[in-house]
Design a protein around this ligand. Structure first.
Ligand code: XMP
Length: 524
C-alpha cells in the first residue's frame, strides 16, 4: 500500500517468524513498515523508494546450500540497511566480512559487551546487557568500512555500523521482549542512522484513511457486516467517520454470542459512532438448523452457511432500499488486517468480489468493490485506531472470539437452555478476569460446557447431578501456539465459587492445563 506521507521501511523476510514482529516494532517507533519476501528483486524494492531496509533473522546458516543470500546490489542503492541475526551475517558476507562456522551455538539469553561507547547504534546503552540470540555461525571480522560495536563471549563481532553508508547490524534479536534495550537499538537505527521521520501515529492514520475512503467511495453507498469483534467494528467506525450515513451496517444476531455482546453492538457501538445499523434477529433460525448436531465441523458448516444466507438477504434488502431512492450500494467494507495480507501472499488483493446469492426469489449476483481501511494495520494498531475513534473499551479490547461463537463451546448438541447456562458461567468468568486486571495478559479464556457429562455434587442439603464447565485460560502471541495461563488460585477460587453458586445447573468447575500443541485453544 502506498502511503506517500510516510517514510517506508521494508522488512525482508528470510523465513523465520520474526519478520512480522520486526515490522510491528518499527511501527512502534512510529515509522511505517511493510514486509517483503526475500525473493523480491532489488529493483522492485527500489521502486518502492524505501527510506531503509531491514534484513530479518532466518532459520538457516549462511553456508547452507540454498540458503537465501542477499543480493549485493542492495548495498549500492544509497539506502540504509539494518541486518538482524541471519540478516546480519548475510550482510557481513555480502560486504566482505568474515563469517566463521563456529560449531558453537548461542541460544537464548546472552550477555553482550558494548565496545568503544557503542557508536551511534548502541549509544547510551549499558556496557553489558542481556540479549536474545539464536545462531550457529558468527561474524569473525567486520567488513571494510565498518566499526565493531559489541561482542559476546563466543562472537567477536555481535554488532557493527558504517555511518557513511547508513549500514548497521546486530547478531541478536532486538525485536523480542527478552532483549534488553532492543527497541532503543531499533530506534537508533531508524531515526539516527537512517534518518526516518517518526510520523506513523494513530491520529495521522485516521485522518489519512478518512481522506482515502472519501476519495474511493465518493457519493456512493457502502455496506458493512458487524460481527461484534474488533476488526469489523473499527473498519465500520472509520468508514462512518469518512462518509457518514452513506454507510449501512448489518449485524446478524445468531444467538451464539456471549452475554451482553449483542447489546454492545446495538447500543454502545451505535451511540459511539452514530452508525446506521440494521439488526437481524436470527437466533431461532440458527438453533433450528443446529438442532441435534454434535459434530464440531458440522456445526461450523451449518453456522457458516446460515450466516451467509442471512447476511446476504439483509444485504439485498439494503441494496433494494437504496435502489428505491435512486441510489446504488457499490462498496462492501471488510476488516482485513495486515497479517492476513502477508499470509495470503501480499499484493493489493482482489479489488472486487462477487456475492452470489442462494436465497431464492432475489436477484442473482451483486458486485461490490471492497473497502478495506485496515489492510495496512496490525491488530494492536487497529485497537489504537479504535480508541482514537472513541469506540467503547469493551469492544476495542475484546479478546478473540470464534465466528461460530458459543455454538462450539457447548460440547454436544446446542439448545437454548444449554446456551443460557454457558452464557451465565462465561459472563462470571470474564468479569472476574477483568476485575483481577488480567484481560491483557490472558489471550483468551474460553469457558466450555460439557453438556453430555453430568457429575454428582452436593449443594445445600441435597445431592445434585449437574454439568461441569471447563476454564481454558491461555497465553499466546498469535493463537498459533499457546500455553495454559497460570491464573492465581484466589481468582480461580472466586470464579469457581461464583459459578457454582450463581448458575444452578453447574456443580463443578475444572481448569484445562494443556498447552497448544498438543491441545487446541477451543475444545471443538
Ligand atoms: P484453536 O482452537 O484452533 O483456535 O487453537 C485458534 C484461534 O482461532 C479461534 N477459532 C476460530 N475462529 N472460527 C473462527 O472465527 C472458527 O471456527 C474458529 N475455531 C477456533 C480460537 O478462538 C482461537 O483464537
Amino acid at each position: 500500500m502506498d502511503l506517500p506521507d510516510h517514510d517506508l521501511v521494508l522488512v525482508v523476510d528470510f523465513g523465520a517468524q520474526y519478520a512480522q514482529l520486526i515490522a510491528r516494532r518499527v511501527r512502534e517507533a512510529r515509522v511505517y513498515s511493510e514486509i517483503v519476501p526475500h525473493q523480491v528483486a532489488v529493483e522492485q524494492m527500489r521502486l518502492r523508494r524505501p527510506k531503509a531496509v531491514i534484513l530479518s533473522g532466518g532459520p538457516q546458516s549462511v553456508y547452507e546450500p540454498g540458503a537465501p543470500q542477499v543480493d549485493a546490489e542492495l548495498f549500492t542503492q544509497d539506502v540504509p540497511v539494518f541486518g538482524i541475526c541471519y540478516g546480519f551475517q548475510a550482510m557481513a558476507m555480502a560486504l566482505g566480512g568474515d563469517v566463521a562456522r563456529t560449531g558453537l551455538s548461542e541460544f537464548g539469553r546472552t550477555l553482550v559487551d558494548v565496545q568503544g561507547g557503542g557508536g551511534r547504534l548502541l549509544a547510551d546503552l549499558p556496557e553489558q546487557h542481556r540479549v536474545w540470540m539464536s545462531h550457529g555461525d558468527s561474524v569473525a571480522q567486520s567488513p571494510p568500512g565498518f566499526t565493531t560495536l559489541a561482542g559476546t563471549k563466543d562472537t567477536a563481532v555481535a554488532a557493527f555500523e558504517d555511518l557513511d553508508r547508513g549500514f548497521a547490524g546486530v547478531q541478536w534479536h532486538p525485536e523480542v521482549l527478552h532483549t534488553e534495550h532492543g527497541q532503543r537499538v531499533l530506534e537508533h537505527f531508524l531515526l539516527e542512522v537512517a534518518g526516518c521521520r517518526p510520523t506513523w501515529t494513530m491520529v495521522n492514520i485516521v485522518d489519512e484513511q478518512v481522506e482515502r475512503i472519501r476519495a474511493q467511495v465518493g457519493d456512493k453507498r457502502a455496506i458493512c457486516g458487524l460481527s461484534g469483534g474488533v476488526d469489523s467494528a473499527v473498519a465500520a467506525a472509520l468508514v462512518q467517520r469518512a462518509i457518514g450515513d452513506q454507510l449501512t451496517c448489518v449485524f446478524v444476531d445468531h444467538g451464539l454470542l456471549r452475554k451482553g455482546e449483542a447489546e454492545q453492538v446495538e447500543r454502545d457501538f451505535v451511540a459511539a459512532t452514530g452508525v446506521d445499523l440494521k439488526v437481524v434477529e436470527a437466533a431461532e433460525r440458527f438453533l433450528t438448523a443446529l438442532s441435534g448436531v454434535t459434530e464440531p465441523e458440522e456445526k461450523r458448516k451449518i453456522i457458516g452457511r446460515e450466516f451467509i444466507r442471512v447476511f446476504e438477504t439483509a444485504e439485498l434488502e439494503v441494496v433494494a432500499a437504496a435502489g428505491a431512492q435512486g441510489e446504488a450500494v457499490e462498496f462492501l467494507v471488510q476488516g482485513t488486517l495486515y497479517p492476513d495480507v502477508v499470509e495470503s501472499g501480499g499484493g493489493e488483493g482482489a479489488a472486487t468480489i462477487k456475492s452470489h446469492h442462494n436465497v431464492g426469489g432475489l436477484p442473482d449476483d451483486v458486485q461490490f468493490t471492497l473497502v478495506e481501511p485496515l489492510r495496512a494495520l496490525f491488530k494492536d494498531e487497529v485497537r489504537r485506531v479504535g480508541e482514537e475513534l472513541g469506540l467503547p473499551a469493551d469492544i476495542v479490547w475484546r479478546q478473540p472470539f470464534p465466528g461460530p461463537g458459543l455454538g462450539i463451546r457447548v460440547i454436544g448438541a446446542v439448545d437454548a437452555e444449554r446456551l443460557a447456562v454457558l452464557r451465565e458461567a462465561d459472563a462470571i468468568a470474564r468479569s472476574e478476569l477483568t476485575r483481577a486486571g488480567l484481560d491483557r495478559e490472558v489471550w483468551q479464556m474460553p469457558v466450555v460446557l460439557l453438556a453430555d457429562v453430568h457429575s454428582v455434587g452436593v449443594q445445600g442439603d441435597g445431592r445434585t447431578y449437574g454439568y461441569p464447565v471447563v476454564l481454558r485460560p491461555v497465553t499466546s502471541e498469535d493463537a498459533m501456539t499457546a500455553d495454559w495461563a497460570r491464573l492465581p488460585y484466589d481468582l480461580l477460587e472466586r470464579i469457581s465459587t461464583r459459578i457454582t453458586n450463581e448458575v444452578r445447573q453447574i456443580n463443578r468447575v475444572v481448569v484445562d492445563v494443556t498447552s497448544k500443541p498438543p491441545g487446541t485453544i477451543e475444545w471443538e
